[in-house]
Design a protein around this ligand. Sequence first.
Ligand code: TRP
Length: 329
Amino acid sequence: METVLSGIRSTGNLHIGNYFGALKNFVKMQDENRCFFFIADYHSLTTHPTPDDLHGKVKQVLAEYLACGIDPEVATVYLQSDLTEIPELYLLLNMIAYIGELERTTSFKDKVRMQPDNVNAGLLTYPVLMAADIIIHKATKVPVGKDQEQNLEMTRKFARRFNTMYKTNYFPEPTAYNFDEALVKIPGLDGTGKMGKSEGNAIYLVDEPKVIRKKVMKAVSDIGPTQENQEMSEPVKNLFTLMNVISEADTFKFFIEKYNNCTIRYGDMKKQLAEDIINFNAPIRERIIEIMADDAYLGKVAKEGAEKARESARKTINDVREIIGFKQL
Ligand code: TRP
C-alpha cells in the first residue's frame, strides 16, 4: 500500500476536464491506498495575496470534491492552513533549499513574467512549501499532471538532501502516481488545447443546463466533411473526444458514421452532446448544492480531516526535530 497525497488548488470551480482527467481516478485510488487530499490554500496567496472570498472558495472546492466521490471516511481530507506542522517543516526545508535552484524552476520564471510587480518570496519558495506538503506524511506517490513534474522533482531533491545532510534515510522520495489507464486529456470547446479555467473554455460541474447548452452550441466546429472518411479538423476531433467520454457508445458511433458518410449536422451532434453532459452533471451538481447548504457537515469533514492529518504530521515533525538535533534543554 502506498501513501498517496494530492494537493488541490483552491481557486476555481471544477470542470469536466478535471473530472475525467484526474478526479475519477482519485475516487478509485482512495480504496487501495492511504490517501491524503488537501486544499492548498496557502499556495493561493503566492498569486492572490488578498483573495476575495478565500473562505467561500475553499468551501466550494471542498464541496465539489466530496460531491465527486472523495470519501472523508476513507481518505484524509483537510485544509493546508489547518496544520501548523506544514509551515514548520517548510521553514526547516528552506534552510536546505538554494536560491539558485529555486530561481531556475520554470514555474518561478513563468510567474515572474506573469506578475512582475509581485515577485514575492512565497513564489520563489513555492516548491519548498509543496515539498513540505508531500513529505510531512512521508508520501510515496503523488498524482500530478505534466505541469507539476518539476515541483515533484524538487521534492525528491529536498528529501534526498535532508537524508544526506542529516545522515538518515527518513524521507522516501515520492514519485508520480501512474494511473492504470492512460489519462484522458479533455479538450476545450474553443477548438484548441485542453479544457481549463484560464482558457475560458470549460464546462463546470456546477453549470446549469441552460449554460451548458449555450456553451456547447457555441463550440467551434468546421464547414463539414466533403469526402468520405475525411480526416477530422482539430475542433471537430475535440467534439468527438468529448462525446466519447460523456455519451453512450452507440451515440458516439452514430455520429462518427454520419461524419464518415458526410451526412453529419454539427448542430444535431452538439444538441445531443449538451444533453448528455447535462445528464452526466446532474447528480454531481445536485450533490454540490446539497453539501454547500450543509455547513455542519462541511465543518465536520474539515475538523475530522485536520485531526487525522495532524496526527501524521505531528509525528513527522517530532522525528525531524530530533534528527536535526533540537532537544529540550
Ligand atoms: N502545485 C499544485 C498545483 O498547482 C498544488 C499543490 C500544492 C500540490 N501542494 C501540492 C499538488 C502537493 C500535489 C502535492 O496544482
